[in-house]
Design a binder for this molecule. Structure first.
Ligand code: DON
Length: 328
């Protein structure tokens, strides 16, 4: 078989595998449900499942509902953390938010009072993300969101839209987040007003993406801040490594330990059902269609008790096992 045809056969086999796995894991969505605490998310079809993998040479493998738009939700916490580090330097950010996992729910308030002076434990929980949102570069919420969007645009190559319905829906029901923001204001960790910080945080959560967009974010992280397709260093290796360490230890909330043990990839989830994972190049991944690493974006809106996509996590576990992507 001539070389090119050989490659085509390989690619077709990979897609056939991926399609088979997506169809198999789709039924696991029944074990979860769409986020009910955000009214706009409740009406989404829970049995959707899609995945996109993007390699450094631009090679793309995709399957299922990979083009469906969904909101970033907590995946945005990764981008705002990087944006804040770019705007103010890592030491400034880490003075205001720590890098320790909590083992508590993403919206928990308990540790803020238990550990003086109340510095949020990490930027992947809501207390930390509100703090980070409050210190993004810019004097108004509009400018802060702009700082977030321009970083995201560099990674995904387009300017995404904010889903106003999801934003309003969250804004009207954000009682816990408002409580967290007031507490952080009182302890001096919030650098903007409560309303401004909340607006920035909820708008970043309401940005619309698809699986390919978040796969691109994963790819840039896998390449330590370098965009291998655009050939541009977007953020430093140090910031990328810190972010990936936070993803491994805190990215899947209080299921991060289980996720590291069973799947073994730096990843970040959101309540709308997205999962973004960064896969470094691996010598042992010779059976993988991406031996030089890749970014993975998954979407499956039915989530478990921790806030992670049920079918998405299972599909990612299967992909990581079949193609030997576990970093440990
Ligand atoms: O803060 C919230 O309630 C949401 N907008 C984002 C939380 C989220 O995605 C948590 N996820 N798993």
């Amino acid at each position: 078989i001539p070389f090119d045809q050989d490659k085509t056969c390989e690619k077709q086999r990979d897609i056939v595998d991926l399609d088979k796995w997506v169809e198999h894991y789709r039924s696991y969505a029944e074990k979860g449900q769409c986020a009910t605490y955000i009214p706009a998310l409740e009406k989404i079809n829970p049995s959707q499942l899609g995945v996109t993998m993007v390699g450094p040479d631009g090679k793309v493998l995709k399957s299922g509902e990979c083009e469906v738009a969904f909101t970033l939700q907590s995946i945005s916490k990764v981008i705002s953390f990087i944006a804040a580090c770019l705007d103010f330097g890592t030491p400034y950010v880490l003075d205001r938010v720590d890098v320790e996992p909590t083992g508590d729910a993403f919206n928990s308030i308990i540790r803020l009072e238990m550990h003086k002076p109340g510095r949020p434990f990490n930027p992947m929980i809501n207390a930390g993300a509100l703090t980070v949102a409050s210190l993004l570069g810019g004097r108004s919420s509009l400018e802060k969101i702009e700082s977030f969007l321009s970083l995201l645009e560099k990674m995904i190559g387009k300017r995404p839209a904010i889903n106003e319905e999801v934003f309003l829906s969250e804004w009207q029901t954000a009682h816990r987040n408002r409580a967290l923001a007031y507490y952080l204001k009182e302890t001096g960790f919030l650098e903007s007003t409560v309303e401004e910080s909340l607006e920035v945080y909820l708008k970043q959560c309401s940005i619309e993406v698809n699986t390919e967009d978040i796969a691109m974010i994963g790819l840039v992280l896998a390449y330590d801040g370098f965009h291998p397709i655009r050939k541009e260093q977007i953020f430093s290796k140090e910031v990328a490594r810190l972010t990936k360490a936070l993803m491994v230890t805190c990215g899947m909330y209080n299921a991060s330990g289980k996720f590291a043990a069973n799947i073994g990839l730096p990843a970040k989830s959101g309540v709308s059902g997205g999962i973004m994972a960064a896969v470094p190049a691996r010598v042992s991944a010779h059976n993988s269609p991406f031996p030089h690493g890749c970014g993975i974006g998954l979407y499956g809106p039915a989530i478990d008790e921790y806030g992670n996509s049920v079918a998405g996590s299972m599909l990612l576990k299967h992909i990581a096992r079949e193609w030997d992507l576990n970093i440990f």
